[in-house]
Design a protein around this ligand. Structure first.
Ligand code: SAM
Ligand code: SF4
Length: 330
């Protein structure tokens, strides 16, 4: 078992498979895309599997694949198959923008994937295009339906709420849970690698941020009642509209820190182990892999260096990160 100096059991590894993406969400990437990692700097499939096996031997049991967009990773199906058959791994999920999910949902289930989290910030096709710059709403929507039909459930939807962009859709999005057994989570925008201008007619710094308290106030007419969190709802505080089939959650990385219960490590696409989303301290696993060193001591070192928490608040926005969210693996 991996336990950090603050008594937290670390059993969860989030893996960024690639820094690349088929979309360019305004809060995540520059319009022209990021400066992509050259192939030699990215971990190969076998290298990722080596990390998974070493982590599982130390007590990591839950894995989430993310990115960038994990569904543009060419070997996604074989990787899922290998991870789900790794001794010690009991839960494998994936975070996706769902635009490539329609044709991949069933093959992913057959490969052993348990669940998906899907990012969906709007139900308005024009706004979807403005937010994602390249995306087509109908592809994402059909991807969600395909995931549900294939049994990648419970479906969790993540909506990053940006003041002046989709804050007027909170009620509309929450209403999805009346009809569908989906778990919608509203997430505070984080100032990671995205604090420059987003482009004409898009909200500017610092007026983009909305706290979960402000979101709850905007939803007060829905009479949200505290509810039991579905399995794997992580740091979300969970509520239900009376009589709804699904739940509404709030994730507040800035307003209400959840560091005390943080159980995760992150592996970046270039093979760095990172113990906190908001802190730059990274351990270079890629070099250790390529020098054929055992990885367990490096993973243990990362856990020992995991900070107690971060100091980022809505009122105090500066992030200890030169990386984009797509590079760290959000
Ligand atoms: N491409 C996949 C997707 O969009 O679901 C996975 C990677 S994406 C980086 C993971 C999550 O990070 C998404 O839910 C996205 O909305 C969120 N995210 C990206 N940038 C963010 C930011 N600046 N603040 C809050 N959440 C952000
Ligand atoms: Fe791509 Fe996900 Fe970032 Fe959007 S949030 S640009 S879909 S990695």
């Amino acid at each position: 078992m991996l336990t950090d100096p603050y008594g937290r059991v670390i059993n969860y590894l989030r893996i960024s498979l690639t820094d690349r993406c088929n979309l360019r969400c305004v809060y995540c990437m520059p319009q022209g895309g990021a400066k992509w990692l050259p192939r030699a700097q990215r971990l190969s499939n076998d290298e990722i599997l080596r990390v998974v096996r070493s982590a599982a031997r130390l007590g990591i049991s839950k894995i989430r694949l993310t990115g960038g967009e994990p569904l543009v990773y060419p070997e996604i199906l074989s990787l899922v198959r290998e991870i789900t058959t790794t001794p010690g791994i009991t839960d494998l999920s994936l975070t996706t923008n769902a635009t490539l999910l329609k044709n991949l949902a069933e093959p992913l289930v057959r490969a052993g994937l348990n669940r998906v989290n899907i990012s969906l910030d709007t139900l308005d096709p024009d706004k979807f295009k403005r937010i994602t710059r390249l995306g087509d709403f109908s592809l994402a929507w059909n991807g969600i339906l395909a995931a549900e039909a294939a049994g990648l459930t419970p479906i969790k939807l993540n909506a990053v709420v940006v003041n002046g962009l989709n804050d007027d859709e909170l009620v509309h999005l929450a209403h999805l849970t009346l009809e569908h057994p989906w778990h919608l989570r509203f997430i505070e925008l984080m100032p990671i690698g995205n604090t420059d201008e987003w482009g004409a007619e898009l909200p500017a710094e610092p007026s983009r941020y909305l706290s979960v308290q402000q979101m709850r106030t905007a939803l007060s007419a829905l009479n949200l009642q505290p509810d039991v969190a579905p399995a794997g709802n992580g740091p979300a505080r969970t509520f239900r509209i009376p009589g709804a089939r699904g739940t509404v959650g709030f994730i507040s990385p800035l307003g209400e820190h959840f560091c005390q219960t943080c159980n995760r490590l992150r592996l970046t696409a270039d093979g760095k182990l990172r113990a906190c989303l908001f802190k730059t301290g990274e351990i270079d696993l890629r070099s250790a892999i390529r020098e054929s060193q055992p990885l367990e001591p490096f993973i243990q070192e990362s856990v020992l260096r995991k900070p107690a928490g971060h100091e980022l608040w809505l009122q105090k926005m500066s992030v200890d990160s030169s990386r984009l969210m797509s590079q760290i693996g959000g």
